[in-house]
Design a protein around this ligand. Sequence first.
Ligand SMILES: Nc1ncnc2c1ncn2[C@@H]1O[C@H](COP(=O)(O)OP(=O)(O)O)[C@@H](O)[C@H]1O
Ligand SMILES: [Mg+2]
Length: 148
Amino acid sequence: MNHETRAPEMDLASPSCHFTVLLSPTPRAARLARLLTTEQLRQWGLPLDTAPQIVAELATNAATHGRVPGRDFRLALHVVADTLRIEVTDARGDRLPRPGRPDGDAEGGRGLLLVDALAHRWGVVPGPLPRKTVWAEVRVGGAGAGHA
Ligand SMILES: Nc1ncnc2c1ncn2[C@@H]1O[C@H](COP(=O)(O)OP(=O)(O)O)[C@@H](O)[C@H]1O
Ligand SMILES: [Mg+2]
C-alpha cells in the first residue's frame, strides 16, 4: 500500500458487485483509480472497453477541479443487472461539472464530452455537504455490452 490510497473496501453482503476505494486528490491517484477499475472489472469478467476511460476522466476531474487538500475522493463501482454504475465523490460540492461545447476549440473541456459519448447516461448528485457525486452508467451485459 502506498500513501495515496487506503485498502479497498469490499461489501461483504455482495462482494462480487460492489467496490469502493478512497484516494488522495492527486494525478497519481487518478491513474490508480483507472488501474483499480480495470483490475476489478477483469475479476468480475466485465468488458474493459469504456468504463476505465470514464473512471479516468471522472477521477482526474475529482483530483483537479474537485480537489480539497487533505480530503480524499471516493471511487465506487456497482453492478446492478446489466448496468455498471461508476460514482466519483469529491469534496467540492460548491463546484459543478460544466461540459464544454462539442464545437468548442478550447484545449480543455473535452473530458466530460467523452464521458457523455461513452456512458449510457451520467449526472451529478449534490451532497452530502460539502461533497458531490459525479456518476456514469454503462451497459455491461447482453447485446452491446460495454457500449452506450
Ligand atoms: N469534479 C468536478 N468538480 C468541479 N468542477 C468540475 C468537475 N469536473 C468537471 N468540472 C468542471 O467542468 C469543466 C469541464 O470538465 P472536463 O470536460 O473534464 O474538462 P477539463 O477537465 O479538461 O477542464 C472543468 O473545466 C471544470 O470547470
Ligand atoms: Mg477533465
